[in-house]
Design a protein around this ligand. Structure first.
Ligand code: ZN
Length: 480
Protein backbone atom coordinates (compact mmCIF):
# COMPACT_ATOMS: atom_id res chain seq x y z
CA UNK A 1 0.00 0.00 0.00
CA UNK A 2 1.17 3.52 -0.63
CA UNK A 3 0.63 6.69 1.34
CA UNK A 4 -2.81 8.26 1.14
CA UNK A 5 -3.60 11.77 2.35
CA UNK A 6 -6.94 13.44 2.92
CA UNK A 7 -6.60 16.58 0.84
CA UNK A 8 -8.74 19.40 2.28
CA UNK A 9 -8.54 21.19 -1.09
CA UNK A 10 -10.22 18.37 -3.05
CA UNK A 11 -12.11 16.96 -0.03
CA UNK A 12 -10.89 13.50 -0.99
CA UNK A 13 -8.44 10.96 0.31
CA UNK A 14 -5.82 10.78 -2.44
CA UNK A 15 -2.75 8.77 -3.18
CA UNK A 16 0.26 10.92 -2.36
CA UNK A 17 2.47 11.62 -5.36
CA UNK A 18 5.15 14.23 -4.70
CA UNK A 19 6.07 16.76 -7.36
CA UNK A 20 9.62 15.38 -7.49
CA UNK A 21 9.91 11.63 -6.82
CA UNK A 22 11.46 10.94 -3.42
CA UNK A 23 11.25 14.55 -2.26
CA UNK A 24 8.61 16.33 -0.16
CA UNK A 25 8.42 20.10 0.27
CA UNK A 26 6.13 21.01 3.15
CA UNK A 27 5.08 24.36 4.63
CA UNK A 28 3.23 24.69 7.93
CA UNK A 29 1.88 27.99 9.28
CA UNK A 30 3.87 28.76 12.41
CA UNK A 31 3.09 30.64 15.61
CA UNK A 32 2.56 34.35 16.18
CA UNK A 33 5.17 35.00 18.84
CA UNK A 34 3.51 37.26 21.41
CA UNK A 35 2.82 34.82 24.26
CA UNK A 36 3.70 31.38 25.64
CA UNK A 37 2.63 28.41 23.53
CA UNK A 38 -0.44 26.59 24.79
CA UNK A 39 -1.48 22.98 24.40
CA UNK A 40 -3.45 23.84 21.26
CA UNK A 41 -0.11 24.73 19.63
CA UNK A 42 1.14 21.43 21.00
CA UNK A 43 -1.58 19.58 19.09
CA UNK A 44 -0.86 21.29 15.77
CA UNK A 45 2.92 21.02 15.90
CA UNK A 46 3.11 17.49 17.35
CA UNK A 47 0.71 16.42 14.57
CA UNK A 48 2.95 17.83 11.83
CA UNK A 49 6.07 16.63 13.64
CA UNK A 50 4.79 13.06 13.35
CA UNK A 51 3.73 13.61 9.73
CA UNK A 52 7.23 14.85 8.84
CA UNK A 53 8.91 12.10 10.90
CA UNK A 54 6.82 9.47 9.09
CA UNK A 55 7.56 10.92 5.64
CA UNK A 56 11.27 10.74 6.50
CA UNK A 57 10.88 7.22 7.88
CA UNK A 58 9.20 6.28 4.57
CA UNK A 59 12.35 7.37 2.77
CA UNK A 60 11.37 10.83 1.52
CA UNK A 61 13.86 13.65 1.52
CA UNK A 62 11.74 16.25 3.34
CA UNK A 63 12.24 20.02 3.39
CA UNK A 64 10.10 21.39 6.23
CA UNK A 65 9.48 25.15 6.42
CA UNK A 66 7.49 26.70 9.26
CA UNK A 67 7.30 30.48 9.61
CA UNK A 68 7.53 32.70 12.67
CA UNK A 69 4.94 35.48 12.53
CA UNK A 70 6.50 38.47 14.20
CA UNK A 71 4.67 41.29 12.43
CA UNK A 72 1.30 42.10 10.95
CA UNK A 73 -1.00 39.62 12.73
CA UNK A 74 -3.86 41.82 13.90
CA UNK A 75 -6.55 41.19 16.49
CA UNK A 76 -10.20 41.62 15.50
CA UNK A 77 -10.00 45.03 17.15
CA UNK A 78 -7.39 46.05 14.57
CA UNK A 79 -4.58 46.08 17.11
CA UNK A 80 -1.28 44.34 16.37
CA UNK A 81 -0.90 41.42 18.82
CA UNK A 82 2.81 42.02 19.29
CA UNK A 83 2.51 45.77 19.83
CA UNK A 84 -0.27 45.22 22.36
CA UNK A 85 1.92 42.80 24.34
CA UNK A 86 4.87 45.18 24.07
CA UNK A 87 2.77 47.93 25.65
CA UNK A 88 1.65 45.60 28.45
CA UNK A 89 5.25 44.64 29.21
CA UNK A 90 6.68 48.12 28.56
CA UNK A 91 9.11 46.42 26.20
CA UNK A 92 10.12 46.94 22.58
CA UNK A 93 8.23 44.81 20.04
CA UNK A 94 11.40 43.01 18.94
CA UNK A 95 12.12 42.12 22.58
CA UNK A 96 8.67 40.54 22.79
CA UNK A 97 9.24 38.70 19.52
CA UNK A 98 12.66 37.40 20.59
CA UNK A 99 11.44 36.30 24.02
CA UNK A 100 8.50 34.32 22.69
CA UNK A 101 10.34 32.91 19.68
CA UNK A 102 12.92 31.42 22.05
CA UNK A 103 10.20 30.13 24.34
CA UNK A 104 8.37 28.56 21.42
CA UNK A 105 11.45 26.56 20.46
CA UNK A 106 12.18 25.66 24.10
CA UNK A 107 8.62 24.38 24.57
CA UNK A 108 8.63 22.42 21.32
CA UNK A 109 12.07 20.96 22.14
CA UNK A 110 10.73 19.89 25.53
CA UNK A 111 7.81 18.21 23.78
CA UNK A 112 10.16 16.31 21.49
CA UNK A 113 9.06 18.23 18.38
CA UNK A 114 11.91 18.18 15.86
CA UNK A 115 12.76 21.64 14.58
CA UNK A 116 11.73 22.61 11.05
CA UNK A 117 14.57 22.88 8.53
CA UNK A 118 13.85 26.56 8.00
CA UNK A 119 11.99 28.89 10.40
CA UNK A 120 11.76 32.12 8.40
CA UNK A 121 10.60 35.26 10.18
CA UNK A 122 8.11 37.61 8.57
CA UNK A 123 10.08 40.69 9.67
CA UNK A 124 13.16 39.31 7.87
CA UNK A 125 11.27 38.92 4.59
CA UNK A 126 9.66 42.32 4.04
CA UNK A 127 11.41 42.91 0.65
CA UNK A 128 10.00 39.58 -0.64
CA UNK A 129 6.53 40.57 0.55
CA UNK A 130 6.78 44.01 -1.08
CA UNK A 131 7.88 42.34 -4.35
CA UNK A 132 4.83 40.08 -4.25
CA UNK A 133 2.47 43.01 -3.60
CA UNK A 134 4.03 44.88 -6.54
CA UNK A 135 3.44 41.89 -8.82
CA UNK A 136 -0.18 41.62 -7.68
CA UNK A 137 -0.79 45.31 -8.47
CA UNK A 138 0.90 44.95 -11.89
CA UNK A 139 -1.26 41.94 -12.72
CA UNK A 140 -4.45 43.73 -11.72
CA UNK A 141 -5.16 41.67 -8.59
CA UNK A 142 -4.53 44.44 -6.06
CA UNK A 143 -5.16 48.17 -5.67
CA UNK A 144 -3.83 50.98 -3.53
CA UNK A 145 -5.94 53.30 -1.40
CA UNK A 146 -4.21 56.05 0.56
CA UNK A 147 -0.96 54.15 1.15
CA UNK A 148 -2.57 50.77 1.88
CA UNK A 149 -2.87 47.95 -0.66
CA UNK A 150 -5.72 45.45 -0.85
CA UNK A 151 -6.17 42.21 -2.75
CA UNK A 152 -9.15 42.39 -5.10
CA UNK A 153 -11.00 39.11 -4.49
CA UNK A 154 -13.25 39.67 -7.50
CA UNK A 155 -10.12 39.39 -9.70
CA UNK A 156 -9.54 35.80 -8.58
CA UNK A 157 -12.62 33.65 -9.30
CA UNK A 158 -11.25 30.67 -7.39
CA UNK A 159 -11.23 32.59 -4.11
CA UNK A 160 -13.00 30.37 -1.55
CA UNK A 161 -11.98 27.03 -3.08
CA UNK A 162 -10.27 25.76 0.08
CA UNK A 163 -12.88 26.72 2.65
CA UNK A 164 -15.90 26.43 0.35
CA UNK A 165 -16.96 29.99 1.17
CA UNK A 166 -18.34 32.18 -1.57
CA UNK A 167 -17.71 35.87 -1.87
CA UNK A 168 -21.40 36.76 -1.44
CA UNK A 169 -21.23 35.26 2.07
CA UNK A 170 -18.43 37.55 3.01
CA UNK A 171 -20.25 40.87 2.96
CA UNK A 172 -20.39 41.29 6.73
CA UNK A 173 -17.69 41.03 9.31
CA UNK A 174 -15.25 43.66 8.17
CA UNK A 175 -14.91 46.68 10.38
CA UNK A 176 -16.73 49.76 9.11
CA UNK A 177 -13.62 51.95 8.87
CA UNK A 178 -11.76 49.41 6.79
CA UNK A 179 -14.83 48.58 4.75
CA UNK A 180 -15.04 52.16 3.51
CA UNK A 181 -11.53 52.00 2.18
CA UNK A 182 -11.94 48.65 0.40
CA UNK A 183 -13.82 48.08 -2.84
CA UNK A 184 -15.36 44.87 -1.50
CA UNK A 185 -15.69 43.78 2.17
CA UNK A 186 -13.91 40.49 1.39
CA UNK A 187 -10.85 42.27 -0.05
CA UNK A 188 -7.93 41.86 2.35
CA UNK A 189 -4.88 43.94 3.21
CA UNK A 190 -1.54 43.18 1.56
CA UNK A 191 0.14 46.32 2.87
CA UNK A 192 -1.05 48.71 5.57
CA UNK A 193 -0.04 52.31 5.98
CA UNK A 194 1.25 52.70 9.54
CA UNK A 195 -0.37 55.06 12.02
CA UNK A 196 2.11 57.61 13.42
CA UNK A 197 2.47 55.65 16.71
CA UNK A 198 2.97 52.25 15.00
CA UNK A 199 6.55 51.14 15.70
CA UNK A 200 6.93 48.16 13.33
CA UNK A 201 7.22 49.95 9.95
CA UNK A 202 9.10 49.67 6.70
CA UNK A 203 9.52 51.87 3.65
CA UNK A 204 7.56 50.78 0.57
CA UNK A 205 6.40 52.22 -2.77
CA UNK A 206 2.98 52.97 -1.20
CA UNK A 207 3.66 54.20 2.32
CA UNK A 208 5.74 53.78 5.43
CA UNK A 209 3.91 50.74 6.75
CA UNK A 210 3.85 47.01 7.32
CA UNK A 211 2.72 43.87 5.47
CA UNK A 212 -0.61 42.12 6.03
CA UNK A 213 -0.38 38.79 7.84
CA UNK A 214 -1.40 36.51 4.95
CA UNK A 215 1.21 37.71 2.48
CA UNK A 216 4.14 36.54 4.61
CA UNK A 217 3.27 32.86 4.16
CA UNK A 218 2.84 33.25 0.39
CA UNK A 219 6.15 35.08 0.04
CA UNK A 220 8.17 32.77 2.29
CA UNK A 221 6.66 29.49 1.04
CA UNK A 222 7.42 30.58 -2.54
CA UNK A 223 10.95 31.65 -1.67
CA UNK A 224 11.98 28.42 0.06
CA UNK A 225 9.79 25.76 -1.55
CA UNK A 226 8.99 27.11 -5.02
CA UNK A 227 5.73 28.41 -6.47
CA UNK A 228 4.20 24.94 -6.45
CA UNK A 229 5.05 22.56 -3.63
CA UNK A 230 3.71 19.38 -2.09
CA UNK A 231 2.02 19.91 1.27
CA UNK A 232 0.67 22.92 3.13
CA UNK A 233 -0.35 22.40 6.74
CA UNK A 234 -1.62 24.34 9.71
CA UNK A 235 -4.39 24.45 12.26
CA UNK A 236 -7.93 24.31 10.89
CA UNK A 237 -8.70 27.65 12.60
CA UNK A 238 -6.51 29.32 9.99
CA UNK A 239 -8.26 27.83 6.96
CA UNK A 240 -10.29 30.97 6.54
CA UNK A 241 -9.34 33.65 5.88
CA UNK A 242 -5.60 33.04 6.25
CA UNK A 243 -4.99 29.93 4.11
CA UNK A 244 -7.61 30.99 1.57
CA UNK A 245 -5.82 34.33 1.14
CA UNK A 246 -2.44 32.59 0.80
CA UNK A 247 -3.76 30.56 -2.14
CA UNK A 248 -5.30 33.60 -3.82
CA UNK A 249 -2.16 35.73 -3.49
CA UNK A 250 0.27 33.06 -4.59
CA UNK A 251 -1.70 31.70 -7.53
CA UNK A 252 -2.68 35.18 -8.74
CA UNK A 253 0.91 36.46 -8.50
CA UNK A 254 2.68 33.39 -9.90
CA UNK A 255 0.10 32.07 -12.35
CA UNK A 256 0.87 28.57 -11.07
CA UNK A 257 -0.84 26.28 -8.55
CA UNK A 258 0.21 26.80 -4.90
CA UNK A 259 0.24 23.79 -2.50
CA UNK A 260 -0.96 20.49 -3.97
CA UNK A 261 -2.12 18.80 -0.74
CA UNK A 262 -3.71 20.73 2.12
CA UNK A 263 -3.64 19.10 5.54
CA UNK A 264 -5.26 20.85 8.48
CA UNK A 265 -5.01 19.80 12.12
CA UNK A 266 -8.20 19.67 14.21
CA UNK A 267 -8.75 21.96 17.18
CA UNK A 268 -8.06 21.25 20.82
CA UNK A 269 -10.59 22.14 23.50
CA UNK A 270 -9.87 22.30 27.21
CA UNK A 271 -12.44 20.49 29.37
CA UNK A 272 -14.94 20.78 26.55
CA UNK A 273 -14.49 24.52 25.96
CA UNK A 274 -12.54 26.33 23.26
CA UNK A 275 -9.45 27.83 24.86
CA UNK A 276 -9.62 31.57 25.09
CA UNK A 277 -7.67 34.14 27.02
CA UNK A 278 -10.80 36.15 27.78
CA UNK A 279 -12.43 33.11 29.42
CA UNK A 280 -9.22 32.44 31.32
CA UNK A 281 -9.18 28.78 30.25
CA UNK A 282 -5.81 28.38 28.64
CA UNK A 283 -3.15 25.87 29.55
CA UNK A 284 0.40 26.65 28.52
CA UNK A 285 2.70 23.87 27.43
CA UNK A 286 5.05 24.92 30.23
CA UNK A 287 2.38 24.26 32.83
CA UNK A 288 1.26 21.01 31.20
CA UNK A 289 4.88 19.79 31.16
CA UNK A 290 5.24 20.29 34.92
CA UNK A 291 2.43 17.80 35.39
CA UNK A 292 2.92 15.28 32.60
CA UNK A 293 5.86 13.70 30.89
CA UNK A 294 6.31 14.97 27.30
CA UNK A 295 5.77 11.43 25.97
CA UNK A 296 2.43 11.24 27.79
CA UNK A 297 1.31 14.56 26.26
CA UNK A 298 2.39 13.37 22.81
CA UNK A 299 0.61 10.04 23.31
CA UNK A 300 -2.52 11.96 24.30
CA UNK A 301 -2.32 14.25 21.24
CA UNK A 302 -1.74 11.24 18.98
CA UNK A 303 -4.67 9.36 20.52
CA UNK A 304 -6.89 11.22 18.08
CA UNK A 305 -6.36 11.54 14.33
CA UNK A 306 -4.52 14.75 13.40
CA UNK A 307 -7.51 16.16 11.51
CA UNK A 308 -9.97 15.42 14.32
CA UNK A 309 -10.72 17.64 17.28
CA UNK A 310 -9.55 16.53 20.72
CA UNK A 311 -10.57 17.49 24.24
CA UNK A 312 -7.83 17.94 26.81
CA UNK A 313 -8.78 16.96 30.36
CA UNK A 314 -6.83 15.45 33.25
CA UNK A 315 -8.81 12.23 32.89
CA UNK A 316 -8.12 11.93 29.17
CA UNK A 317 -4.39 12.62 29.56
CA UNK A 318 -4.20 10.18 32.47
CA UNK A 319 -5.78 7.47 30.31
CA UNK A 320 -3.19 8.10 27.56
CA UNK A 321 -0.47 8.20 30.18
CA UNK A 322 -1.46 4.75 31.46
CA UNK A 323 -1.39 3.34 27.93
CA UNK A 324 1.97 4.97 27.33
CA UNK A 325 3.37 3.59 30.59
CA UNK A 326 2.45 0.05 29.53
CA UNK A 327 4.49 0.52 26.35
CA UNK A 328 7.37 2.18 28.19
CA UNK A 329 7.28 -0.48 30.91
CA UNK A 330 7.75 -3.21 28.30
CA UNK A 331 10.57 -1.31 26.58
CA UNK A 332 12.32 -0.77 29.93
CA UNK A 333 12.00 -4.46 30.72
CA UNK A 334 13.45 -5.45 27.34
CA UNK A 335 16.40 -3.14 27.93
CA UNK A 336 16.77 -4.45 31.47
CA UNK A 337 16.93 -8.07 30.28
CA UNK A 338 19.40 -7.05 27.57
CA UNK A 339 21.96 -6.18 30.26
CA UNK A 340 22.39 -9.83 31.16
CA UNK A 341 21.26 -11.59 27.97
CA UNK A 342 23.67 -13.89 26.17
CA UNK A 343 24.28 -14.03 22.44
CA UNK A 344 22.46 -16.63 20.34
CA UNK A 345 20.03 -17.02 17.46
CA UNK A 346 17.06 -14.69 17.33
CA UNK A 347 13.76 -16.43 18.05
CA UNK A 348 12.10 -16.87 14.60
CA UNK A 349 8.59 -16.54 16.10
CA UNK A 350 9.53 -13.21 17.63
CA UNK A 351 11.03 -12.00 14.36
CA UNK A 352 7.79 -12.94 12.57
CA UNK A 353 5.78 -11.06 15.21
CA UNK A 354 7.99 -7.98 14.75
CA UNK A 355 7.71 -8.09 10.95
CA UNK A 356 3.91 -8.34 11.15
CA UNK A 357 3.83 -5.49 13.66
CA UNK A 358 5.93 -3.27 11.43
CA UNK A 359 3.80 -4.02 8.35
CA UNK A 360 0.63 -3.28 10.29
CA UNK A 361 2.06 -0.03 11.73
CA UNK A 362 3.04 1.14 8.23
CA UNK A 363 -0.40 0.23 6.88
CA UNK A 364 -2.06 2.43 9.54
CA UNK A 365 0.31 5.37 9.02
CA UNK A 366 0.01 5.09 5.23
CA UNK A 367 -3.72 5.63 5.71
CA UNK A 368 -3.58 9.42 6.16
CA UNK A 369 -1.15 9.20 9.11
CA UNK A 370 -3.51 7.31 11.38
CA UNK A 371 -1.42 7.64 14.54
CA UNK A 372 -4.12 6.43 16.99
CA UNK A 373 -4.36 3.15 15.07
CA UNK A 374 -0.55 2.95 14.89
CA UNK A 375 -0.36 3.36 18.69
CA UNK A 376 -2.93 0.56 18.90
CA UNK A 377 -0.51 -1.65 16.96
CA UNK A 378 2.26 -0.86 19.48
CA UNK A 379 -0.12 -1.64 22.34
CA UNK A 380 -0.91 -5.02 20.84
CA UNK A 381 2.81 -5.69 20.41
CA UNK A 382 3.32 -4.70 24.04
CA UNK A 383 0.77 -7.26 25.24
CA UNK A 384 2.65 -9.98 23.39
CA UNK A 385 6.08 -8.75 24.47
CA UNK A 386 4.97 -8.75 28.12
CA UNK A 387 3.86 -12.37 27.83
CA UNK A 388 7.13 -13.23 26.15
CA UNK A 389 9.24 -11.53 28.82
CA UNK A 390 7.29 -12.66 31.86
CA UNK A 391 6.38 -16.20 30.91
CA UNK A 392 9.11 -17.35 28.56
CA UNK A 393 12.84 -17.00 28.33
CA UNK A 394 15.59 -16.38 28.87
CA UNK A 395 15.82 -14.63 25.50
CA UNK A 396 18.93 -14.11 23.46
CA UNK A 397 20.59 -10.76 23.00
CA UNK A 398 19.58 -10.93 19.32
CA UNK A 399 15.88 -11.46 20.11
CA UNK A 400 15.79 -8.67 22.69
CA UNK A 401 17.75 -6.28 20.47
CA UNK A 402 15.30 -6.87 17.60
CA UNK A 403 12.36 -6.03 19.89
CA UNK A 404 14.11 -2.94 21.28
CA UNK A 405 15.04 -1.83 17.77
CA UNK A 406 11.45 -1.97 16.55
CA UNK A 407 10.24 0.09 19.51
CA UNK A 408 13.01 2.61 18.83
CA UNK A 409 12.01 2.84 15.19
CA UNK A 410 8.23 3.00 15.41
CA UNK A 411 7.71 4.38 18.90
CA UNK A 412 10.86 6.53 18.97
CA UNK A 413 11.78 7.76 15.47
CA UNK A 414 8.22 8.01 14.11
CA UNK A 415 5.91 8.77 17.04
CA UNK A 416 8.44 10.25 19.47
CA UNK A 417 6.92 8.49 22.49
CA UNK A 418 9.68 5.98 23.26
CA UNK A 419 12.77 7.74 24.66
CA UNK A 420 16.31 6.59 23.95
CA UNK A 421 16.75 5.97 27.65
CA UNK A 422 14.94 6.74 30.93
CA UNK A 423 16.28 10.29 31.11
CA UNK A 424 18.96 11.88 29.05
CA UNK A 425 22.53 12.65 29.96
CA UNK A 426 24.81 12.09 32.94
CA UNK A 427 22.06 12.69 35.49
CA UNK A 428 20.16 9.73 34.10
CA UNK A 429 23.18 7.48 34.47
CA UNK A 430 23.69 8.63 38.04
CA UNK A 431 19.98 8.13 38.77
CA UNK A 432 20.10 4.65 37.27
CA UNK A 433 23.19 3.81 39.35
CA UNK A 434 21.67 5.09 42.59
CA UNK A 435 18.38 3.25 42.14
CA UNK A 436 20.29 0.08 41.17
CA UNK A 437 22.38 0.39 44.33
CA UNK A 438 19.23 0.63 46.45
CA UNK A 439 17.65 -2.30 44.62
CA UNK A 440 20.76 -4.39 45.36
CA UNK A 441 20.79 -3.35 49.06
CA UNK A 442 17.11 -4.25 49.26
CA UNK A 443 17.79 -7.65 47.69
CA UNK A 444 20.50 -8.26 50.32
CA UNK A 445 18.12 -7.22 53.11
CA UNK A 446 15.50 -9.60 51.78
CA UNK A 447 18.04 -12.42 51.58
CA UNK A 448 18.75 -11.73 55.28
CA UNK A 449 15.00 -11.68 55.98
CA UNK A 450 15.39 -8.04 57.09
CA UNK A 451 11.91 -7.09 55.91
CA UNK A 452 11.89 -3.74 57.72
CA UNK A 453 14.88 -2.43 55.74
CA UNK A 454 13.53 -3.90 52.52
CA UNK A 455 10.15 -2.17 53.03
CA UNK A 456 11.76 1.13 53.99
CA UNK A 457 13.78 1.19 50.76
CA UNK A 458 10.72 0.37 48.66
CA UNK A 459 8.42 2.87 50.45
CA UNK A 460 10.89 5.73 50.47
CA UNK A 461 11.68 5.25 46.79
CA UNK A 462 7.93 5.28 46.11
CA UNK A 463 7.62 8.56 48.02
CA UNK A 464 10.23 9.92 45.57
CA UNK A 465 8.16 8.68 42.63
CA UNK A 466 10.27 5.59 41.89
CA UNK A 467 8.23 2.39 41.78
CA UNK A 468 9.90 -0.99 42.22
CA UNK A 469 8.40 -4.04 40.64
CA UNK A 470 9.57 -7.51 41.65
CA UNK A 471 9.55 -9.99 38.82
CA UNK A 472 10.65 -13.59 38.47
CA UNK A 473 13.96 -12.53 36.96
CA UNK A 474 14.70 -9.59 39.24
CA UNK A 475 13.47 -6.17 40.24
CA UNK A 476 12.81 -3.39 37.74
CA UNK A 477 12.06 0.23 38.45
CA UNK A 478 10.08 2.92 36.73
CA UNK A 479 9.02 6.46 37.38
CA UNK A 480 5.52 6.80 38.76
ZN1 ZN B 1 0.40 30.99 7.22
Amino acid sequence: MSLKIYNVLTRKKEEFTPLTPGKVNIYVCGPTVYDNSHIGHGKTYVSFDVIVRYLRYSGYDVLYVQNITDVGHMLDTGEDRILKKARQLSAGPMQVVETYTRRYFEDMDALGVQRPDISPRASGHVPEQIAMVKTLIEKGHAYEVDGSVYFDVSSYPEYGKLSGRIIEDLEGGARIAVREEKRHPADFALWKKADPEHILRWDSPWSDGYPGWHVECSAMAGKYLGHTFDIHGGGIDNMFPHNECEIAQSEAANGEPFARYWMLAGTLTLDGIKMSKSLGNTLTLRDALTKWRPEAIRAFILSSHYASPIDFSDTAVEASNKGWQRIWGAVSLVREQLRTAVSGDADPDVITLLEKTKASFIEKMDDDFNAPAAIGVLQELTRQVNTLLNEQGPHTQETLTAIDQLYRELGGDVLGIVPEQAESGANAEREEGLVRLLIDLRAQARANKDWATSDTIRDQLKALGVVLEDRADGTIWKLE
